[in-house]
Design a protein around this ligand. Structure first.
Ligand code: HEM
Length: 207
Protein backbone atom coordinates (compact mmCIF):
# COMPACT_ATOMS: atom_id res chain seq x y z
CA UNK A 1 0.00 0.00 0.00
CA UNK A 2 2.88 2.33 0.95
CA UNK A 3 4.73 1.45 -2.29
CA UNK A 4 1.56 2.23 -4.26
CA UNK A 5 1.28 5.55 -2.46
CA UNK A 6 4.91 6.46 -3.18
CA UNK A 7 4.66 5.50 -6.85
CA UNK A 8 1.45 7.56 -7.09
CA UNK A 9 3.29 10.62 -5.74
CA UNK A 10 6.30 10.04 -8.01
CA UNK A 11 4.01 9.80 -11.06
CA UNK A 12 2.08 12.90 -9.94
CA UNK A 13 5.29 14.95 -9.56
CA UNK A 14 6.92 13.69 -12.77
CA UNK A 15 3.83 14.39 -14.89
CA UNK A 16 3.32 17.82 -13.28
CA UNK A 17 6.92 18.79 -14.06
CA UNK A 18 6.99 17.11 -17.49
CA UNK A 19 3.80 18.76 -18.78
CA UNK A 20 4.68 21.96 -16.89
CA UNK A 21 7.90 22.23 -18.92
CA UNK A 22 6.21 21.28 -22.22
CA UNK A 23 5.11 24.85 -23.24
CA UNK A 24 8.77 25.98 -23.17
CA UNK A 25 9.26 23.67 -26.15
CA UNK A 26 7.58 26.43 -28.19
CA UNK A 27 10.52 28.72 -27.36
CA UNK A 28 13.32 26.19 -27.66
CA UNK A 29 12.45 24.49 -30.92
CA UNK A 30 10.47 25.15 -34.08
CA UNK A 31 9.18 21.55 -34.02
CA UNK A 32 6.19 22.31 -31.76
CA UNK A 33 5.25 25.53 -33.56
CA UNK A 34 5.46 23.82 -36.95
CA UNK A 35 3.94 20.42 -36.15
CA UNK A 36 1.88 20.92 -33.02
CA UNK A 37 -1.47 22.61 -32.49
CA UNK A 38 -0.43 25.77 -34.38
CA UNK A 39 -0.02 23.84 -37.65
CA UNK A 40 -3.75 23.04 -37.62
CA UNK A 41 -4.93 26.64 -37.03
CA UNK A 42 -6.34 28.93 -39.71
CA UNK A 43 -4.03 31.67 -41.01
CA UNK A 44 -6.53 34.32 -39.91
CA UNK A 45 -6.11 33.15 -36.30
CA UNK A 46 -2.35 32.76 -36.52
CA UNK A 47 -2.01 36.29 -37.91
CA UNK A 48 -4.09 37.81 -35.11
CA UNK A 49 -1.91 39.71 -32.63
CA UNK A 50 -4.52 39.41 -29.86
CA UNK A 51 -4.83 35.64 -30.31
CA UNK A 52 -1.04 35.23 -30.29
CA UNK A 53 -0.63 37.31 -27.12
CA UNK A 54 -3.40 35.36 -25.38
CA UNK A 55 -2.01 32.02 -26.58
CA UNK A 56 1.48 32.68 -25.22
CA UNK A 57 0.15 34.18 -21.96
CA UNK A 58 -1.98 31.06 -21.62
CA UNK A 59 0.73 28.48 -22.24
CA UNK A 60 3.57 30.12 -20.29
CA UNK A 61 1.51 31.08 -17.24
CA UNK A 62 -0.22 27.68 -17.46
CA UNK A 63 3.29 26.25 -17.19
CA UNK A 64 3.99 28.40 -14.09
CA UNK A 65 0.73 27.17 -12.48
CA UNK A 66 1.57 23.55 -13.27
CA UNK A 67 5.14 23.83 -11.95
CA UNK A 68 4.30 25.72 -8.75
CA UNK A 69 1.15 23.79 -7.82
CA UNK A 70 2.30 20.24 -7.08
CA UNK A 71 4.73 21.03 -4.24
CA UNK A 72 1.99 22.80 -2.29
CA UNK A 73 0.31 19.44 -1.61
CA UNK A 74 3.31 17.89 0.17
CA UNK A 75 2.34 18.39 3.80
CA UNK A 76 5.80 17.99 5.40
CA UNK A 77 7.41 20.39 2.94
CA UNK A 78 4.55 22.89 3.28
CA UNK A 79 4.67 22.93 7.08
CA UNK A 80 8.46 23.38 7.09
CA UNK A 81 8.43 26.23 4.55
CA UNK A 82 5.26 28.15 5.26
CA UNK A 83 6.73 31.47 4.03
CA UNK A 84 7.76 29.89 0.73
CA UNK A 85 4.36 28.17 0.51
CA UNK A 86 2.69 31.61 0.71
CA UNK A 87 4.91 33.07 -2.03
CA UNK A 88 4.47 30.06 -4.35
CA UNK A 89 0.74 30.07 -3.60
CA UNK A 90 0.42 33.69 -4.71
CA UNK A 91 2.42 33.00 -7.89
CA UNK A 92 0.18 29.96 -8.55
CA UNK A 93 -3.02 31.98 -8.14
CA UNK A 94 -1.88 34.89 -10.36
CA UNK A 95 -0.67 32.40 -13.01
CA UNK A 96 -4.00 30.52 -12.97
CA UNK A 97 -6.07 33.70 -13.21
CA UNK A 98 -4.11 35.16 -16.15
CA UNK A 99 -3.73 31.81 -17.93
CA UNK A 100 -7.42 31.04 -17.29
CA UNK A 101 -8.60 34.37 -18.73
CA UNK A 102 -6.39 33.83 -21.80
CA UNK A 103 -7.56 30.18 -21.97
CA UNK A 104 -11.18 31.39 -22.06
CA UNK A 105 -10.35 33.69 -24.98
CA UNK A 106 -8.43 31.11 -27.03
CA UNK A 107 -11.09 28.53 -26.13
CA UNK A 108 -13.47 30.47 -28.38
CA UNK A 109 -11.15 29.69 -31.33
CA UNK A 110 -10.37 26.08 -30.39
CA UNK A 111 -10.39 23.31 -32.96
CA UNK A 112 -13.42 20.99 -32.97
CA UNK A 113 -16.33 23.46 -33.17
CA UNK A 114 -18.86 24.47 -30.57
CA UNK A 115 -18.66 21.34 -28.37
CA UNK A 116 -14.88 21.59 -27.98
CA UNK A 117 -15.02 25.38 -27.62
CA UNK A 118 -17.62 25.24 -24.83
CA UNK A 119 -15.63 22.44 -23.17
CA UNK A 120 -12.48 24.59 -22.95
CA UNK A 121 -14.37 27.78 -22.08
CA UNK A 122 -16.29 25.98 -19.30
CA UNK A 123 -12.98 24.58 -18.00
CA UNK A 124 -11.56 28.12 -17.91
CA UNK A 125 -14.60 29.40 -15.95
CA UNK A 126 -14.45 26.58 -13.39
CA UNK A 127 -10.65 26.98 -13.09
CA UNK A 128 -11.01 30.73 -12.44
CA UNK A 129 -13.83 30.12 -9.94
CA UNK A 130 -12.11 27.36 -7.91
CA UNK A 131 -8.79 29.25 -7.83
CA UNK A 132 -10.45 32.52 -6.71
CA UNK A 133 -12.32 30.60 -3.99
CA UNK A 134 -9.01 29.09 -2.82
CA UNK A 135 -7.59 32.62 -2.52
CA UNK A 136 -10.57 34.22 -0.76
CA UNK A 137 -10.98 31.35 1.73
CA UNK A 138 -7.35 31.65 2.88
CA UNK A 139 -7.70 35.44 3.13
CA UNK A 140 -10.44 34.63 5.67
CA UNK A 141 -8.04 32.15 7.34
CA UNK A 142 -10.36 29.22 6.60
CA UNK A 143 -7.63 26.60 6.05
CA UNK A 144 -9.93 23.59 5.47
CA UNK A 145 -11.94 25.40 2.81
CA UNK A 146 -8.72 26.70 1.21
CA UNK A 147 -7.35 23.15 1.02
CA UNK A 148 -10.58 21.94 -0.53
CA UNK A 149 -10.62 24.64 -3.23
CA UNK A 150 -6.92 24.14 -3.98
CA UNK A 151 -7.51 20.41 -4.56
CA UNK A 152 -10.25 21.34 -7.04
CA UNK A 153 -8.15 24.05 -8.66
CA UNK A 154 -5.08 21.85 -9.18
CA UNK A 155 -7.21 18.92 -10.38
CA UNK A 156 -8.35 21.34 -13.10
CA UNK A 157 -4.81 22.57 -13.80
CA UNK A 158 -4.13 18.88 -14.40
CA UNK A 159 -6.51 19.02 -17.38
CA UNK A 160 -3.32 19.93 -19.28
CA UNK A 161 -1.87 16.54 -18.25
CA UNK A 162 -4.99 14.40 -18.72
CA UNK A 163 -5.65 15.96 -22.15
CA UNK A 164 -2.21 14.83 -23.27
CA UNK A 165 -2.81 11.33 -21.86
CA UNK A 166 -6.29 10.92 -23.38
CA UNK A 167 -5.28 12.19 -26.83
CA UNK A 168 -2.78 9.44 -27.77
CA UNK A 169 -5.08 6.86 -26.16
CA UNK A 170 -7.97 7.92 -28.41
CA UNK A 171 -5.86 8.46 -31.54
CA UNK A 172 -3.45 5.53 -31.36
CA UNK A 173 -5.30 3.21 -28.96
CA UNK A 174 -8.80 3.57 -30.43
CA UNK A 175 -7.73 4.72 -33.91
CA UNK A 176 -9.86 7.88 -33.81
CA UNK A 177 -9.23 10.95 -35.98
CA UNK A 178 -7.87 14.04 -34.19
CA UNK A 179 -11.01 16.25 -34.36
CA UNK A 180 -13.65 13.76 -33.05
CA UNK A 181 -11.20 12.73 -30.32
CA UNK A 182 -10.48 16.39 -29.43
CA UNK A 183 -14.21 17.20 -29.15
CA UNK A 184 -14.69 14.45 -26.54
CA UNK A 185 -11.42 15.22 -24.75
CA UNK A 186 -12.24 18.93 -24.40
CA UNK A 187 -14.67 17.70 -21.72
CA UNK A 188 -13.03 14.43 -20.71
CA UNK A 189 -9.79 16.23 -19.78
CA UNK A 190 -11.43 17.98 -16.81
CA UNK A 191 -14.85 16.63 -15.74
CA UNK A 192 -13.44 13.33 -14.33
CA UNK A 193 -10.64 15.36 -12.65
CA UNK A 194 -13.29 17.34 -10.79
CA UNK A 195 -15.12 14.14 -9.80
CA UNK A 196 -11.79 12.77 -8.52
CA UNK A 197 -11.24 15.99 -6.52
CA UNK A 198 -14.66 15.60 -4.83
CA UNK A 199 -13.80 11.98 -3.95
CA UNK A 200 -10.43 13.06 -2.53
CA UNK A 201 -12.03 15.87 -0.48
CA UNK A 202 -14.58 13.39 0.99
CA UNK A 203 -11.79 10.92 1.81
CA UNK A 204 -9.84 13.64 3.61
CA UNK A 205 -13.06 14.49 5.51
CA UNK A 206 -12.89 18.10 4.33
CA UNK A 207 -16.49 18.36 3.10
C1 HEM B 1 -7.10 24.50 -16.85
C2 HEM B 1 -7.46 25.43 -17.70
C3 HEM B 1 -7.02 25.43 -19.15
C4 HEM B 1 -7.80 25.79 -20.22
C5 HEM B 1 -9.22 26.28 -20.18
C6 HEM B 1 -7.00 25.61 -21.39
C7 HEM B 1 -7.42 25.89 -22.70
C8 HEM B 1 -6.66 25.74 -23.83
C9 HEM B 1 -7.10 25.98 -25.17
C10 HEM B 1 -8.49 26.43 -25.56
C11 HEM B 1 -6.07 25.72 -26.00
C12 HEM B 1 -6.08 25.88 -27.54
C13 HEM B 1 -6.85 24.77 -28.18
C14 HEM B 1 -7.14 24.99 -29.65
O1 HEM B 1 -6.96 26.09 -30.17
O2 HEM B 1 -7.58 24.02 -30.27
C15 HEM B 1 -4.95 25.33 -25.18
C16 HEM B 1 -3.71 25.00 -25.67
C17 HEM B 1 -2.60 24.81 -24.88
N1 HEM B 1 -2.56 24.81 -23.51
FE1 HEM B 1 -4.12 25.03 -22.27
N2 HEM B 1 -5.74 25.16 -21.04
C18 HEM B 1 -5.72 25.04 -19.65
C19 HEM B 1 -4.63 24.68 -18.87
C20 HEM B 1 -3.32 24.62 -19.33
C21 HEM B 1 -2.15 24.45 -18.48
C22 HEM B 1 -2.16 24.35 -16.96
C23 HEM B 1 -1.08 24.39 -19.31
C24 HEM B 1 0.33 24.20 -18.87
C25 HEM B 1 1.02 23.18 -19.20
C26 HEM B 1 -1.57 24.53 -20.68
C27 HEM B 1 -0.78 24.51 -21.82
C28 HEM B 1 -1.27 24.58 -23.12
C29 HEM B 1 -0.43 24.41 -24.28
C30 HEM B 1 1.08 24.15 -24.32
C31 HEM B 1 -1.28 24.56 -25.40
C32 HEM B 1 -0.88 24.49 -26.88
C33 HEM B 1 -1.31 23.17 -27.45
C34 HEM B 1 -0.24 22.15 -27.43
O3 HEM B 1 0.90 22.44 -27.81
O4 HEM B 1 -0.56 21.01 -27.03
N3 HEM B 1 -2.93 24.67 -20.63
N4 HEM B 1 -5.32 25.35 -23.86
Amino acid sequence: MKALNISGWVLFILLSIGIGLYPWGYLISEVLAENGLLSSKLNAILESTIWNIQFYIHIFLGSVAMLTGWSQFIKKWRNKNIGFHRILGKIYIIACILSGLAGFYIGYFAEGGIVAQTGFMALAVVWLYTTSKAYFTIRKKNVDAHRKWMIRSYALTWAAVTLRLWLPLFQFGLGMEFIPAYVIIAWLCWVPNLVWAEWKIKRLSLS
